[in-house]
Design a protein around this ligand. Structure first.
Ligand code: SF4
Ligand code: SF4
Length: 375
């Protein structure tokens, strides 16, 4: 495993971070399958991963619990990152209340990197400043309950300068960045230039690049054998990124990713140039760029928006046309059989989903497109 300096925090973190938002669940339930998850997390530690990223609501609120249990034997050797749901804060005291709940769920005395979760300028002004949450964070840091004050960002990268100027105590940032979506590249460069650490989320494009595709071949002579390798090494090819988070779901995936991060990264200059040139050819990959974050859910008509967009990815990006159509047919049949809502055709165009989508997708329009393509 390779390690990088994490801004000015004095901490060196592994270039591969464990995103704890997609733990495997027990079949037919939404409960985390601990028998699979705990060994997977411990294997990651054995392979050198020292940065584990959770959030208060991941996995129905149980991600922190299982993470805490898994890392208990080596708690002091790793960094736990988790997040306060800023959008749910309605009073200054909520900061301490969420922090105490997270500490309890994680069964730990301190959190290494405590993030203000999924902020943008509006949330920064209307919640963080309004309720004096930065001061609460400083107090928690003084008491040793958190080691570092962090934030995850889902806003306009042009607002980062404003946020950092108003909140110099913010030490690290978590932000979307991958080979298909480099829109935050300037913002990342700015934040890193101020001495702050940056972690990339979505390095394999919400999983779309983790599946077998011919993308690595299409990039030309770059020495990446598989697309997930290309995607990870591309992200770490950016010297402003300390760590790429991957929401791994199996021990096999952990081992595969750890192997990539132990190899010779970043890409050479020549390889980087080739990749950037080839990106033009990949535009079709991005015409419906859904990361599967599920922030758009629930839909008032119970339409599983991320699942439907995933089927479109299977069709359009991976070329698995028949498979995608068959899965879409099954999706519709299951809904009809149960007499529930959830068909794309039942969308009432309320627009609630679009307001919550960090990728600013025109969800209503795209749902119609996917329905017409897959029907
Ligand atoms: S616009 Fe359609 S898909 Fe979006 S929340 Fe409303 S009903 Fe659901
Ligand atoms: S449509 Fe937007 S909010 Fe919903 S899962 Fe995709 S990226 Fe996330």
């Amino acid at each position: 495993m390779q390690y990088r300096k994490f801004g000015s925090t004095g901490v060196n973190i592994s270039t591969l971070g464990f995103g704890c938002m997609r733990f495997p669940s027990i079949e037919g339930t939404q409960d985390i399958d601990e028998e699979k998850t705990v060994p997977m997390l411990r294997r990651a530690y054995e392979l050198g991963v020292n940065y584990f990223d959770s959030a208060f609501f991941y996995c129905n609120g149980n991600s922190e619990v299982v993470l805490g249990k898994a890392v208990k034997p080596f708690r002091d050797k790793i960094n736990i990152s988790t997040k306060i749901p800023v959008s749910r804060v309605g009073a200054t005291s909520d900061y301490r209340s969420y922090l105490e709940k997270s500490l309890k769920k994680l069964d730990t005395d301190y959190i290494d990197f405590y993030h203000f979760w999924s902020i943008n300028k509006q949330m920064f002004d209307d919640v963080m400043l309004k309720y004096d949450l930065l001061n609460e964070a400083l107090k928690a840091k003084e008491e040793g309950l958190i080691k570092h004050i962090s934030f995850s960002f889902h806003g306009d990268p042009n607002d980062l300068e404003y946020i950092i100027a108003k909140a110099p105590m913010l030490e690290t940032m978590l932000i979307q960045y991958n080979i298909l979506d480099r829109s935050n590249e300037k913002g990342i460069e700015y934040v890193a230039s101020t001495g702050r650490g940056v972690v990339a989320m979505g390095p394999v494009g919400g999983g779309r690049l983790a599946a077998p595709t011919e993308l690595a071949d299409k990039i030309g002579s770059v020495s990446a054998k598989a697309t997930y390798e290309l995607a990870l090494r591309f992200v770490l090819g950016n010297p402003n990124i300390s760590c790429a988070l991957s929401g791994m779901r199996s021990t096999e995936e952990v081992e595969k990713n750890a192997k990539v991060m132990s190899s010779d990264i970043p890409f050479t200059e020549k390889e980087n140039a080739e990749i950037r040139e080839s990106l033009e050819d990949l535009k079709k990959f991005s015409d419906l760029y859904c990361t599967g974050c599920r922030y758009c859910m629930p839909c008032v008509k119970n339409i599983d928006i991320p699942q439907i967009f995933y089927l479109y990815t299977l069709y359009n990006v991976y070329g698995l046309k028949d498979h995608a159509k068959a899965l879409y047919k099954k999706y519709r049949e299951d809904i009809e059989k149960d007499g529930k809502e959830g068909l794309v055709t039942s969308c009432v165009e309320c627009g609630a989903c679009e307001k919550k989508c960090p990728q600013k997708l025109q969800i209503r329009e795209k749902l119609k497109l996917v329905h017409s393509v897959l029907s």
